[in-house]
Design a protein around this ligand. Structure first.
Ligand SMILES: [Zn+2]
Length: 399
């Protein structure tokens, strides 16, 4: 927990002020602040101070970030793509720890100070990926918050022993139970969902399910997710990532599903995919559904795109949703900041006194212009500690 006085900034592009952080939390915001003589002082030089970004869905164990360029040669079919990934990861020159550390440092340098990552669990990987990612985080935990989702990427019901490993992962550092396309991967939607909800119920864990399945099939499975959320009293503790079916399903059924998601406070995360309709995020938000943007797949065996920069992701969402007015642009920005913090139930996100002393500085006229122009992050602070400057990670464990 650190102390820091940041002078001459414009909090959320408002009037000029100083920000005093003591014991890792924001103590005061206002003009002409003073601090004890031994408090470090950073001159913000008129930059905009912003509450940090939140990255609620990446795959730290899959990342090829920092390795030589990897041409994507994606085989046809989901199963073939999954097997292709396992084979490539078998021969990578860097460990999970090395690769995960690289991406976490990149995320922090771009202004995200909290990450939720899905981590592959299978009888082949066992818990090696969880342990590798945690080893990377151990070296830089003062710079970024981290929560892990046990993720059965290669199938769970078709991989005897995987469910037991998923449950064991909850004792190894994971706090969220993942799932994926229960009809397509496992061919057993009810068995898949009963298993992951059972683990979450026994372990007091949250749930975050990848649901790519489109249209009627996706809506049917989302209904099964709602049934189980309701039966186990898990309102507010379940998230569906991607939820393409809310973007391409029949309008009447989508509307009915949105009402049900709102009632059960089931969150929706979208990476704004390039090739398919995505959920109507503003409509979801208007209904009170927790919703947020995320990077998801970045520079891995599935996809060459992405850079761990949530400002870029917010811009992509603004572009795809044809947001043009300042009010619309700011709403897009919040999908990568406050809405992500709310969805993950992060305590103390913001620039008000009492909040965690985490923020970023960026040079610009106002936040709408920052979203469109996406300038470099001049400074990133986590709980009063400077962890990145001029777009480069400088926190603990910096190379
Ligand atoms: Zn994902």
């Amino acid at each position: 927990m650190s102390d820091l006085l940041i002078t001459n900034v414009r909090p959320e592009d408002g009037a000029p002020a100083d920000i005093l952080i003591t014991g890792g939390r924001i103590a005061e915001v206002g003009p002409g602040l003073t601090a004890p003589a031994d408090t470090p002082v950073h001159d913000g030089k008129g930059a905009i101070a912003m509450a940090p970004f939140v990255e609620p869905h990446v795959h730290l164990d899959k990342i090829l970030w920092g390795l030589p360029w990897h041409p994507i040669e994606v085989p046809a079919g989901l199963r073939a793509m999954i097997d292709n990934e396992v084979e490539i990861r078998r021969n990578l020159p860097w460990s999970v720890e090395d690769r995960a550390g690289r991406l976490m440092r990149q995320c922090v340098a771009m202004g995200s100070t909290h990450i939720r990552s899905h981590i592959d669990i299978s009888t082949f990987y066992k818990l090696d990926n969880v342990q590798g990612v945690l080893a990377a985080w151990e070296k830089m935990k003062e710079a970024v918050g981290l929560e892990l989702v046990a993720f059965p990427q290669t199938g769970m019901m078709i991989d005897p022993g995987c469910a037991a490993l998923m449950e064991a992962a909850m004792d190894e550092g994971c706090s969220v139970v993942g799932g994926i396309d229960p009809g397509t991967i496992d061919g057993d939607p009810k068995g898949h969902l009963d298993t992951i909800f059972g683990i979450a119920d026994r372990k007091g864990a949250k749930i975050d399910i990848h649901l790519h399945e489109p249209g009627e099939l996706g809506l049917y499975e989302m209904g099964l997710i709602c049934d189980r959320t309701e039966a186990l009293g898990m309102e507010g503790r379940v998230v569906v990532s991607h939820a393409f079916c809310l973007g391409d399903g029949p309008a009447e059924k989508v509307s009915a599903m949105i009402e049900r998601l709102a009632k059960l406070r089931i969150g929706i995360i979208s990476a704004v995919p390039g090739e398919i309709a995505f959920p109507p995020m503003f409509d979801l938000a208007a209904k009170g559904i927790p919703c947020a943007l995320a990077s998801d797949s970045i520079r891995d065996t599935w996809n060459p795109h992405g850079n761990g920069d949530m400002l870029d992701r917010c811009w992509l969402f603004a572009f795809r949703s044809w947001s043009r007015t300042d009010a619309e642009l700011l709403a897009c920005l919040e999908m990568g900041r406050s809405r992500g913090a709310d969805l993950l139930e992060l305590e103390g996100h913001g620039l008000a006194p009492g909040c965690e002393g985490s923020l970023l500085l960026v040079e610009g006229e106002n936040r709408a212009q920052v979203l469109v122009d996406r300038p470099a992050r001049a400074l990133v602070v986590k709980a009063g500690r400077i962890v990145a400057e001029a777009g480069r990670y400088t926190g603990p464990g910096a190379p």
